[in-house]
Design a binder for this molecule. Structure first.
Ligand code: PLP
Ligand code: COI
Length: 341
């Protein structure tokens, strides 16, 4: 089948219904066989655990068309493992890694005509998620769950593409110490919505959240981890128990050290150090690496030396290496690329 007729270079980050999605159900203590469906709608009981107590978690990964025409996914095993951790923390039955990979392969294969062509800058964003579908009225875990996985073609997460963004330090906190910041539960995103709307209303692209206990250290944004570069060319990235362990960030750390010969330090980063950095980027599956040009904390304005026109030189090298691996122009580390067809 040929590609669908879409202007791939102008799509943003939004949802559109495509052909097939995967669904599996958990009942009587086990997951069923699972399989593809045409039905993009979910029907469930009014008292389902997800509707009452937000028992839900999700993942995000992408399928790419490589230069030689292969369709691949990037480190889907890492998403499977992280979803197992999220499920455990939320008292949900983990969806097995092998089944997760099978679901990814089946959805991408069945929607191959929706995977944007090489060179368009777009990709097929995949959204695995699972939720409590069985009824609960007392506060307790449900007995029944559904796992689903759909795809939607996407372009850049931020409107300007790879143009530097402006962010603000949020007055709200994203995750509590010893809470759920390190897992990918929808509840973390529900509570960030107000902070996001306020930031946008004030003209900012995103929030920088600080650690909620002391409001001294940099945590992350609503949907990406931070990566900074010092004036000496060292890559530094926040270590915190309450941020999501980004697969993109962990991949970039590996590439910085092993492909680019850079020094990387993962440590708590104080907000008052940020003014001394040379470059700043937001990294994640959706964000890839989106450069940050300006950070505003009420009256204090920090302009990164890399400016508002383009990414800094080290951020650019990291971006080129990561996307080169995803698009098949740079040899990947073993096991990072899963060929679908
Ligand atoms: N932090 C948050 C809060 C996110 O939602 C995401 C997106 O998944 C990330 C970081 C980046 O993680 P990853 O690189 O695994 O997509
Ligand atoms: C992702 O990057 O996959 C995410 O889940 C982030 C979200 C804000 C779109």
């Amino acid at each position: 089948m040929g590609k669908v007729n879409v202007d791939w270079s102008s799509i943003g980050f939004s949802y559109r219904v495509i052909s097939k999605r995967y669904v599996a159900n958990y009942k009587d203590g086990k997951w069923d066989e699972g399989g593809l469906t045409d039905d993009a709608n979910v029907t469930m009981n009014e008292c389902a655990g997800v509707l009452q107590y937000c028992q839900e978690c999700f993942e995000g990964l992408k399928a790419y068309t490589q230069k030689n025409g292969d369709i691949v996914t990037f480190r889907p095993d890492m998403n499977a493992k992280r979803m197992i951790n999220s499920a455990k923390r939320l008292e949900m039955p983990p969806f097995p890694e092998e089944k997760f990979l099978e679901a990814v392969d089946e959805v991408v294969s069945a929607n191959a005509d929706w995977v944007p062509p090489y060179g368009t800058g777009a990709s097929l964003y995949l959204r695995p998620y699972m939720f409590a579908s069985g009824p609960v009225i007392g506060v307790k875990p449900s007995d029944e769950y559904q796992f689903r996985l759909f795809g939607t073609p996407v372009g850049p997460y931020f409107k300007g593409g790879a143009k530097p963004v402006t962010i603000c330090v949020s007055d709200f906190d994203r995750a509590a110490p010893r809470g759920t910041g390190h897992i990918k539960g929808g509840l973390n995103y529900a509570m960030s919505l107000h902070a996001g709307v306020v930031a946008h209303a004030n003209g900012f692209d995103e929030n920088m959240f600080l650690d909620p206990q002391t409001r001294t250290y940099v945590e992350e944004t609503g949907g990406a981890n931070f990566l900074f570069v010092t004036k000496e060319g060292e890559v530094v990235t926040p270590a915190s128990a309450s941020i999501l362990p980004s697969i993109t960030r962990r991949s970039l750390v590996y590439l910085a050290e092993n492909y680019l010969g850079l020094t990387v330090t993962q440590r708590p980063i104080r907000f008052d150090e940020v003014k001394d950095f040379a470059e700043c980027g937001l990294c994640g599956t959706a964000a890839v690496i989106s450069p940050v040009g300006r950070i505003v904390n009420h009256g204090e304005v920090i302009d990164l030396p890399s400016g508002m026109e383009k990414m800094g030189p080290i951020t650019q090298k990291l971006y080129d290496t990561l996307t080169g691996i995803q698009l098949g122009t740079i040899e990947p580390p073993k096991g990072w690329i899963r060929k679908i067809k």
